[in-house]
Design a protein around this ligand. Structure first.
Ligand SMILES: *Cc1c(COP(=O)(O)O)cnc(C)c1O
Length: 409
């Protein structure tokens, strides 16, 4: 290979993989003067626990503000010094200059995961290492500073060690909080460039249960002239820039009584994702095989969801021959054809926020596709897989995916 073609390769997507592989882990190898993100340096400034009572759900969801717990974790990064010691401190506003990079160039990425109060009294996160790894990937994709994902996971756990006991009482199993780690470019300088200052923060908040809308979730396909992501783009990264521009179509769909957009791609109309969730269809093939089908990861159009991965893994392990799991490109026309031939079994959206949410209908142009809801408000496989995941999350099944938080009291 000619030398200049190697150089071109360095500029391509592989550069991201190399960067991920090069992240220092604690303790740093000493060859760098830049401090690595280090959860063992976390400082604690505790809020007065009696200052705020935990609201009931009706109160928590009555306003227009997300209710967060008593504390948040923050960590400041500077290009010349690296990561400062992270801080756990009372939840409150951030201070940013109007010229901060994030406000102009969308140098932001985030994660979403939940903390679950188990039926055995323990507090668990679900596969938080996958969120931490994905956050590193998203962070590097937008030229924000790298870190050892294990340190981010420790910081998430630290927040729950402090706020878990009060905000998810042990005598109220089955409840959860939503954890939102994010990184933003904070350098106060205009100009399209990689920021030299950044802020990592983690909050924990209330989020309503959205996994069982009455009558199932209804999806509307995207307008013909609008797509969510494209090959060569950044649909696979959880960067804020993917979400703001999707709201125009989503609002339009909501006004027509649909919950989310089913995002199609290309002239073929490949099914990709449902809103900010992955999407699954169960159908019978023309030769009678039952299949669970979902879009593949290899063209980097869709987000590699933790829920998606878990559904795929559990269905392969536990349903084996009964239901073949297929990650492949499939079009809306295939779904319409399966509907016409009576081969559709069920469909669901899968992601942390919506968990596993039965889909009852898709509207595409002048077609309406209806999915059977044999178990009342859900299909049978949807309900079975959801049950397995719930059992792991809430400790009814002891499983390595459930990571127990060592709570402070
Ligand atoms: C977050 C997200 C998902 C779901 O990912 P999980 O890890 O399962 O929460 C799916 N698609 C998009 C576009 C997302 O932003």
């Amino acid at each position: 290979m000619a030398p200049h073609s190697t150089a071109t390769e360095d500029l391509a997507a592989t550069a991201l993989e190399n960067k991920i592989a090069q992240q220092p882990s604690r303790p740093s190898n000493g060859s760098s003067t830049l401090a690595a993100l280090d959860a063992s340096k976390l400082t604690y400034t505790l809020a007065d626990p009696s200052a705020r009572a935990v609201p009931d759900d009706a109160t928590a969801f009555s306003g227009n503000e997300t209710i967060c717990t008593d504390h948040m974790v923050t960590a400041v990064w500077h290009a010349s010094t690296g990561w400062a010691a992270p801080e756990l401190k009372p939840y409150g506003p951030l201070t940013l200059m109007p010229t901060a990079s994030v406000l102009h160039y969308a140098t932001e990425c985030f994660e979403g995961l939940k903390a679950y109060r188990g039926y055995d009294g323990k507090l668990r996160l679900f596969r938080p290492n996958l969120n931490a790894n994905r956050m590193l990937m998203s962070t590097l994709r937008i030229s924000l500073p790298g870190f050892d994902p294990a340190e981010l996971e420790r910081l998430i756990l630290a927040l729950m060690e402090v706020d878990g006991p009060k905000w998810l009482p042990r005598d109220q199993p089955g409840r959860f909080l939503y954890l939102r780690p994010a990184i933003i470019g904070t350098q106060p300088q205009l100009g399209v460039q990689a920021p030299r200052e950044a802020l990592l923060f983690i909050t924990a908040s209330f989020m309503p249960k959205m996994d069982a809308p009455a009558g199932g979730m209804k999806l509307h396909t995207n307008p013909e002239d609008m797509i969510r992501a494209w090959v060569g783009g950044f649909g696979y990264a959880k960067v804020g820039a993917n979400y703001g521009p999707s709201l125009l179509a989503t609002n339009e769909a909501r006004q027509r009584g649909f919950g989310q957009i089913l995002w199609l791609y290309g002239p073929e109309n490949y099914c990709t994702e449902a809103g900010a969730s992955n999407f699954f269809v169960v159908w019978r093939t023309q030769d009678g095989k039952r299949q669970l089908v979902t879009a593949p990861l290899d063209d980097k159009l869709i987000l590699d969801g933790v829920t998606r991965r878990s559904v795929v893994q559990l269905a392969r392990e536990r349903l084996g021959e009964e239901l073949e799991v297929v990650e492949r490109k499939y079009t809306i026309d295939e779904v319409i054809e399966a509907d016409k031939e009576g081969r559709l079994i069920e469909a669901f959206a899968a992601g942390t926020a919506f968990f596993i949410c039965p889909v009852s209908q898709i509207r595409h142009r002048d077609h309406d596709i209806h999915f059977p809801m044999v178990k009342g408000e859900s299909g049978q496989y949807t309900s079975m897989i959801k049950g397995w995941m719930t059992d792991i999350m809430y400790g009814k099944e002891q499983h390595p995916w459930g990571v127990v938080v060592n709570e402070r009291q």
